[in-house]
Design a protein around this ligand. Structure first.
Ligand code: FAD
Length: 468
C-alpha cells in the first residue's frame, strides 16, 4: 500500500518528550509529523500528571496556610470548598498549556496527526483515527515517545468507579469521606495531600518500610511527622491483599506489620507505579527490541537497536519524570537531524510536591553508605534560618553529600517548603563539578531559604552559623 503521509522524522506520542522532540526537530528544519492518540497534546504530564496535580496542590496549600494563619493573628474561618470551581480551575490551567502547545506546533509547521499508531515495518506506521480510518505513514526517522500508564493491580475491582488510578483521582469527582491511598510514593502522597486538605480522612498503606522509597529517611521524617499531625494514618510494611466492591464502600483486606483499623473506604487510590507503553506498538515489526516489562533500551544518543528509530521518556526507563523526557526528546531530535551528539546527564532531580516538599538529586546518603563511598555530609537545619522561622516552617533542612577526598558535590537533599525550587542549585553544582567550598563561598541572598544551601556547604571549615 502507498503511504498516505511521508516525512523525515515522525514522533510517536505528544507528551513532554514527544512535543519537545517534534518542536526541536522542526526548529532544525526537518519535516516533522507528531502523532497523538488524544485530541489534546501534552501527554500525561500536562493532562493527567504534573500540571493538574500541582494546580490542586496549590489549592491544598492555600487551605492549609489559611488554617494556620490564626497563629499570627489572622482568622479566616473554615474553608468552603466548591469542588466544581476547583475542578474548572485545574482544567483551565491544563487547557491553557495544551492549547499553547497546539499553537506552537502550528507555528513550527509540525504536522499533528490524531490517532493510535503501530509499526508496520522499520519505515512505516499505521495510524488509526477515532473514526476507525487507517493511514499509513512512511518515515526516514522515528522517535518513540509513547510514555507510560498507571499499574493496575489485579486484586482491585477496577470496574467500580470508587477504585481510582491517578487520572481518576485528578478528575476530582467528589471529596470522599474515607480515602485509602495504596502506595506511599510521590504520586500517592501528593494526592493524599490534596484530598486531606479538601477534607478526606486519608489512610496510606506502603509496602516498603518507609514512605517515598528512594529518598533518604531523614528527608522523609518531617513529612511523615506532619502527615501524622494532620491525622493522615500511615501504615508501612503493609499491603492490600484483597479489595471488594460493596454497596457501602470498598472493603479491603490487609497483610503486614501495621493493619489499618477501618476496612471500608469510600474511595481507593491505587498509586503503585507506572508501566511503560513500549509493548503496545508492534515495535517488533520494525525490529525494535522491547523488554519483557515494556521498556525500550537505548544508547547514549537515544537510538534503539534499530539505528534510525529512537526512543525517549518514560518508556526508556527510570526515573519516569517529565524533565528527563524533555532532555531526551531534544537530544533524539538533534541526532535524528544529523547532529553528532550524546547525552550523559550526571543527575536528574526528583521532587515530591507534598507539604513539606522533598527534593533530592545525585547520590543519596543511604546510597553512599550502601556503596561504601567515602563521603562528607553538610547539613543545615532550617530551625536556624530566619526566613524559615518567619514562615513558621522550621521543620526543613538542607544537606549536601560530597566526596571526602575531592570535596566535589555528588548529591543533595532538601525537605521543606519550596524544596523543589531549591534543589536546582545542587543539580547545577553536581553538573559543574563544584567543590563544596565553591557553594560555601557563593554569596546567597539573605534572608532566603536558598541560604540554607550555602550554609550546608560551610561544613568544610566547620563554621555553621545561624542565619538569624
Ligand atoms: P507521556 O507523557 O506518557 O506521553 C506519551 C503520549 O503518547 C501520550 O499522550 C499518549 O497518549 C501517547 N501515545 C501512547 N501510545 C500511543 C500510540 N500508540 N499512538 C499515539 N499516541 C500514543 N513528572 C515530573 O517530572 N514532575 C511531576 O511533578 C510529575 N507529576 C506527576 C503526577 C502524576 C499524577 C503522574 C501520573 C505523573 C507525574 N509525572 C511527573 C511524570 C510525568 O508525567 C511523566 O514522566 C511524563 O509525562 C513522561 O513523558 P513522556 O513524553 O515520556 O510520555
Amino acid at each position: 500500500r502507498a503511504a498516505d503521509i511521508e516525512c523525515a522524522t515522525v514522533v510517536l506520542g505528544a507528551g513532554p518528550g514527544g512535543y519537545t522532540a517534534a518542536f526541536r526537530s522542526a526548529d532544525l528544519g526537518v519535516d516533522t509529523v507528531l502523532i497523538e492518540r488524544y485530541a489534546n497534546l501534552g501527554g500525561v504530564c500536562l493532562n493527567v500528571g504534573c500540571i493538574p496535580s500541582k494546580a490542586l496542590l496549590h489549592a491544598a496549600d492555600v487551605i492549609d496556610q489559611a488554617a494556620h494563619a490564626s497563629d499570627y493573628g489572622v482568622e479566616f474561618g473554615a474553608p468552603k470548598i466548591n469542588i466544581d470551581t476547583l475542578r474548572s480551575y485545574k482544567e483551565k490551567v491544563v487547557g491553557q498549556l495544551t492549547k499553547g502547545l497546539t499553537g506552537m506546533a502550528r507555528q513550527r509547521k509540525v504536522r499533528v496527526v490524531q490517532g493510535t499508531a503501530k509499526f508496520l515495518s522499520a519505515n512505516e506506521l499505521e495510524i488509526v483515527g477515532d473514526d476507525g480510518k487507517a493511514l499509513v505513514l512512511r518515515f526516514a526517522n522515528c522517535i518513540i515517545a509513547a510514555g507510560s500508564q498507571p499499574v493496575k493491580l489485579p486484586s482491585f475491582p477496577w470496574d467500580d468507579p470508587r477504585v481510582m488510578d491517578s487520572t481518576d483521582a485528578l478528575n476530582l469527582a467528589d471529596v470522599p469521606k474515607k480515602l485509602l491511598v495504596v502506595g506511599g510514593g510521590i504520586i500517592g502522597l501528593e494526592m493524599a495531600t490534596v484530598y486531606r486538605a479538601l477534607g478526606s480522612a486519608v489512610t496510606v498503606v506502603e509496602f516498603m518500610p518507609q514512605l517515598m522509597p528512594g529518598a533518604d529517611l531523614d528527608l522523609v521524617k518531617p513529612l511523615a511527622d506532619r502527615l501524622k499531625k494532620q491525622g493522615v494514618a500511615v501504615h508501612l510494611k503493609t499491603k492490600v491483599v484483597e479489595a471488594e466492591a460493596q454497596k457501602t464502600g470498598i472493603a479491603c483486606t490487609f497483610e503486614g506489620e501495621s493493619i489499618p483499623e477501618g476496612a471500608l473506604y469510600d474511595r481507593v487510590l491505587v498509586s503503585v507505579g507506572r508501566a511503560p507503553n513500549g509493548g503496545k506498538l508492534d515495535a517488533g515489526k520494525a525490529g525494535v527490541a522491547v523488554t519483557e516489562r515494556g521498556f525500550i533500551d537505548v544508547d547514549r544518543q537515544m537510538r534503539t537497536n534499530v539505528p534510525h528509530i529512537f526512543a525517549i521518556g518514560d518508556l526508556v526507563g527510570q526515573p519516569m519524570l517529565a524533565h528527563k523526557a524533555t532532555h531526551e526528546g531534544k537530544l533524539a531530535a538533534e541526532v535524528a537531524a544529523g547532529e553528532k551528539k550524546e547525552w550523559v546527564a550526571r543527575v536528574i532531580p526528583s521532587v515530591a510536591y507534598t507539604d513539606p516538599e522533598i527534593a533530592w538529586v545525585g547520590v543519596t546518603e543511604t546510597e553512599a553508605k550502601a556503596k561504601g563511598l567515602k563521603v562528607g555530609v553538610g547539613k543545615f537545619p532550617w530551625a536556624a534560618s530566619g526566613r524559615a522561622i518567619g514562615l513558621s516552617r522550621t521543620e526543613g533542612f538542607t544537606k549536601l553529600v560530597f566526596d571526602e577526598a575531592t570535596h566535589r558535590i555528588i548529591g543533595g537533599g532538601i525537605v521543606g517548603v519550596h524544596a523543589g525550587e531549591l534543589i536546582a542549585e545542587i543539580g547545577l553544582a553536581i553538573e559543574m563539578g563544584c567543590e563544596v567550598e565553591d557553594i560555601g563561598h557563593t554569596i546567597h541572598p539573605h534572608p532566603t531559604l536558598s541560604e540554607s544551601v550555602g550554609m550546608a556547604a560551610e561544613v568544610f571549615d566547620g563554621t555553621i552559623t545561624d542565619l538569624y
